[in-house]
Design a protein around this ligand. Structure first.
Ligand SMILES: C[S@@+](CC[C@H](N)C(=O)[O-])C[C@H]1O[C@@H](n2cnc3c(N)ncnc32)[C@H](O)[C@@H]1O
Length: 381
């Protein structure tokens, strides 16, 4: 089977978690993903996936900034060896971009001009008629300099600004200060491998941030919370986005762009067909088996309470988390994932029953300047 190499530029805030997200996305799309190289924010993987599938993965990602198809690697950050590359893949009009992570100071615009003329001559040698167009190129050639390597790539996808705009905690119709940022909510939905038409559960759903991101990627979202007012708020928030997206025609290969200008929400392009199915239940996350059948849930992504004041159904926060994990284990299907954010003060490893869960990842997650939390990805054994 044909394999491709893909280069991803990841957001620099939590590179390790971003790498995990990329691997989770390949798994969601049923493609293999072998890591070839990791250098700063650059990740290169080998996969049987095609560029269109990778484009769709990127559109649902939280942490990917740029994706390219890798065409050649030069074991040097000096651009003088570039003429050795076969530029047969370039279609005119073309455009050249340079991303520099080599640590070396470079005059990027001058590099781009120089490289464009190398490609121009290579295309002439190949009997093609070269042309450059910086605004609407057919091929954008990326030269990515990292460490000692130069990756020569063909552009696939780039994140547009404002993709998560309009869904921030204070932009939702019903606000709560503990509400998650949509990008972080999307990331935990992806790490939980929530798939289209499958059931995603947030057992501490609050005002619905995780559920909304789950619905956007096409999952059927189920929320549980002890607090009935929060469930009502969740319903109001979800319905606001549901109305917004329903009024648009969807184009499956384009990213989500939602913006709120002058206080009015606006959906510009939508990348997915939202499932438009959500269910909210008042209940205790430590007794999920009272609400859901055993082995019935496909993915769990959640942000449980972290303050003493919000603990219900347990003596202390440790007990709340252990009881929740025990209950979640009953309702989640075997081999499926639970992703949980939690405060630094909790020693989650101590609370996880290793006979029930395989710990896939545990790490820090940057929330904002003064708040770093932990994140754990668990697979039900
Ligand atoms: C940190 S907030 C979740 C915020 C949510 N991620 C959002 O973006 O809105 C924790 C939620 O857990 C709920 N909660 C606390 N104890 C619970 C329990 N035992 N079972 C279910 N929900 C509980 C609280 O009412 C609160 O809404």
């Amino acid at each position: 089977m044909k394999t491709n190499r893909f280069l991803f530029l990841l957001s620099g805030e939590a590179v390790e978690t971003a790498v995990q997200e990329v691997k989770a996305l390949f798994e969601i799309f049923g493609a293999d993903c072998g890591e070839i190289l990791r250098e700063k924010q650059i990740l290169i993987v080998e996969s049987n996936a095609g560029p269109q599938a990778v484009k769709a993965m990127c559109a649902r990602s939280a942490e990917i900034r740029l994706a390219c198809l890798l065409k050649a690697t030069i074991e040097s950050s000096s651009l003088k060896y570039i003429s050795q590359v076969n530029f047969g893949f370039v279609q005119s009009p073309f455009c050249v971009r340079v991303k520099n992570f080599s640590g070396e100071k470079r005059a990027i615009e001058r590099d781009e001009e120089r490289l464009a003329s190398v490609i121009w001559m290579a295309l002439q040698d190949l009997g093609k008629k070269p042309a450059v167009d910086l605004t609407r190129p057919r091929t954008t050639v990326y030269f990515v300099l990292a460490g000692e390597h130069t990756s020569v790539c063909e552009f696939i996808w780039k994140r547009e600004k404002g993709e998560f705009a309009g869904r921030g905690p204070s932009e939702k119709p019903r606000f709560h200060p503990t509400s998650l940022q949509p990008r972080l909510a999307r990331m935990i939905v992806n790490l939980a491998r929530a798939k289209e038409n499958e059931m995603l559960l947030d057992p501490f759903c609050g005002v619905g941030s995780v559920l909304i991101e789950g619905l956007i990627v096409g999952a059927k979202a189920c929320g549980v919370d002890l607090d009935k007012r929060k469930l009502k708020d969740s319903d109001v928030n979800i319905n606001a986005y549901r109305r917004l997206y329903k009024s648009k025609n969807y184009n499956l290969n384009l990213p989500v762009v939602v913006s709120s200008r002058n206080g009015k929400m606006r959906a510009e392009i939508h990348g997915f067909k939202p499932a438009f199915f959500h269910k909210l239940k008042a209940g205790d996350a430590t007794k999920l088996e009272k609400i859901f059948k055993n082995n019935s849930v496909d993915a769990i992504a959640t942000d449980p309470p972290y303050g003493r004041s919000s603990i219900v159904g347990a003596k202390n926060i440790d007990e709340l988390y252990s009881k929740f994990l025990k209950s979640a284990h009953k309702v989640l299907k075997k081999g499926k994932y639970l992703v949980m954010l939690y405060p630094n003060s909790i020693d989650a490893l101590k609370l996880i029953n290793k006979k029930q869960w395989q710990v896939q990842k545990i790490g820090d997650i940057y929330v904002h300047g003064s708040l770093t939390r932990k994140l754990v990805v668990l697979k039900k054994v």
